[in-house]
Design a protein around this ligand. Structure first.
Ligand code: UD1
Length: 343
């Protein structure tokens, strides 16, 4: 059984990926510092798959600790690197925290990989690297735009770090996955997104408002040049997204990569507005959402959605889940969290 090290494996996308890796027959070791997640997520993963992944509480900034860990779990075949700070607003307030966490963690892993014979790494990138693209849907060939935030900048720099390292004569291969907007939860509602404090992202804010935790949702702007005036994004089901990681790991492990660094857009190819999300959520759940239109949020781009053709063709992967089912899964997860909190 091949072993995969998943950094940030108790986080939102990480935990769903661990489930899919185990379902595909991989052995998983999770490394997570629990800064934005909980060890109980491992229980949820075990309940879904019947397998408890190895879990090590460790910060990827701790190079010595990572070194020991890679010595302990010999023969790691690939690393999937999720561990990173991801709040755009916070990154503006605390840029150095973001540069340290996101860049140094990756540098540590890349430095340690050759020492431990690990040759494959999947990196969690983001569509944020495109900024507001000139053409939609956006392909992987679109130029990267200057980052709107330190967070976005770390994603660009991390992509560069991977590229430069791979092309420096090491044996390392990599796949950079540019996520659009991952939403929803595992259909079992055993795992899902666990935002700390007031959610910054749309869907957890929507579900918390529907649950009565927040009085109302603020829709950031209805004066954009879009059909209904609200921003457009490409919302992708988190389980669909997780499955792409399994395929990416398998692609490298079976020598199918076409170049030492490959980049893929992971999205549905469909742009959906904020107001469409609100309406679809109400339709699917039967819950009326209290919302108001407020001013634009600084740093928001107007519209972006993926051209996933390359990922579809090369990875044989497609985002399959409907927005309706995905929003229903987010609501099911929220209801479970609310029930657990009120016990
Ligand atoms: C943001 C980041 C993206 C990052 C991702 C990670 C920017 C420009 N992009 O994506 O780089 O990878 O978070 O978490 O910051 N909205 C509301 N009301 C809310 C919350 C959101 O109307 O309370 C709207 C936003 O204006 C946006 C859409 O919902 O149009 C999605 O917002 P969000 O979930 O925060 O994702 P992004 O901003 O697309």
């Amino acid at each position: 059984m091949q072993k995969i090290l998943v950094t940030g494996g108790t986080g939102y996308i990480g935990s769903h990926t661990v489930v899919e890796l185990q379902n595909a027959g991989f052995q998983v070791v999770i490394v997570d510092n629990l800064s934005n997640s909980s060890a109980e997520v491992v229980d949820g993963i075990a309940r879904i798959t019947g397998i408890r992944p190895d879990f090590e509480q460790l910060d990827c900034l701790d190079c010595e600790g990572l070194d020991k860990l890679l010595a302990k779990y010999k023969d790691v075949a690939a690393i999937i690197h999720f561990a990173a700070s991801k709040a755009v607003g916070e990154s503006v307030q605390k840029p150095l925290l973001y540069y340290r966490n996101n860049l140094v963690s990756l540098v540590n892993l890349l430095e340690l990989m050759p020492r431990h014979g690990v040759e494959n790494i999947v990196f969690s990138s983001s569509c944020t690297v495109y900024g507001q693209p000139d053409f939609l849907p956006v392909t992987e060939q679109a130029p990267r735009k200057p980052a709107e935030s330190p967070y976005g900048n770390t994603k660009q720099i991390c992509e560069d770090i991977v590229n430069d390292t791979v092309h420096s004569g090491t044996k390392i291969r990599s796949i950079l996955l540019r996520y659009f907007n991952p939403i929803g939860a595992h259909p079992s509602a055993e795992i899902g997104e666990l935002p700390l404090g007031v959610p910054q992202n749309l869907i957890p804010f929507v579900t918390q408002t529907a649950a009565g935790i927040r009085p109302k949702l603020s829709v950031f702007g209805n004066d954009y040049s879009t059909p209904d005036g609200s921003c457009i994004r490409d919302y992708i089901n988190v389980v669909d997204l997780a499955k792409a990681h399994v395929i990416a790991a398998q692609r490298m492990l079976t020598g199918k990569s076409k170049s030492p660094v490959e980049t893929f857009n992971l999205g549905t190819g469909r742009g959906v507005s904020v107001l469409e999300v609100v309406n679809t959520f109400e339709k699917v759940t039967g819950v009326k959402l209290s919302y108001e239109i407020v001013g634009r949020r600084a740093g928001d781009i107007e519209q972006i959605w993926a051209d996933p053709t390359y990922a579809n063709a090369e990875l044989g992967w497609q985002a399959k889940e409907t927005l309706e089912n995905t929003l229903a899964s987010a609501w099911k997860w929220q209801q479970k969290l609310t029930a657990a909190g009120s016990k």
